[in-house]
Design a protein around this ligand. Structure first.
Ligand SMILES: [Zn+2]
Length: 88
């Protein structure tokens, strides 16, 4: 998580945990956007989940050299499927 939603007396706000910027702009809150970092937080979260999936798939292949190609492929596909469901 790279952001935090804040409830303030001025209404809902979003705080960026990377740079600390707090924005009260409704669009920033709605789109989970940081105007200083110029990033959409959800995009980062999704990208890191996708990267985790790639690493997981690679780890399966490395840790189980005894797997046949077919077994490794099936496990990799399961990992990718899991990450896709998780990222949706
Ligand atoms: Zn920021």
């Amino acid at each position: 998580m790279t952001y935090k939603l804040v409830e303030s007396s001025d209404g809902p706000a979003i705080q960026c945990l990377r740079c600390g910027l707090v924005s009260y702009h409704p669009k920033d809150v709605e789109h989970r956007y940081c105007g200083r970092c110029h990033i959409f937080h959800e995009e980062i979260a999704m990208r890191s989940r996708r990267e985790a999936g790639t690493l997981l798939a690679a780890a399966i292949t490395c840790l189980r050299p005894d797997l046949t190609c077919e077994e490794a492929q099936r496990l990799r596909a399961a990992a990718v499927e899991f990450i896709r469901a998780y990222s949706a």
